[in-house]
Write a new protein. Structure first.
Length: 95
């Protein structure tokens, strides 16, 4: 259901637990957030298709620092979802 909403290009989407992984089509998108020594946070995203054990299709790390854990997680999830959208093509887009 969530992937159908994501591919409908909503103006906004509020996720209750943005730091947990979500399934988008055949992919599992998970935020990777790390605290920095200065009190900020850095983020990345892991995108897995589940083909084989411990298979990761893409890991992206971002150079931008974020003021809060939530901001870092939201950015990572948005980037991961965008990657899935761009790479999925029309095959998994809903009608």
């Amino acid at each position: 259901m969530l992937s159908k909403w994501l591919f409908s290009n909503p103006e906004g989407l509020n996720l209750d637990e943005p730091t947990r992984g979500i399934d988008v089509g055949k992919y599992r998108v998970s935020a990777l957030v790390r605290p920095l020594d200065d009190g900020g946070y850095t983020s990345g995203v892991s995108i897995r298709s589940g083909r084989g054990s411990a298979t990761t299709d893409r890991v992206m790390r971002f150079t931008e620092d974020f003021p809060t854990h939530e901001a870092a997680a939201r950015y990572a999830m948005a980037q991961g979802i965008d990657w899935v959208r761009d790479s999925a093509g029309p095959a998994i887009r809903p009608n």
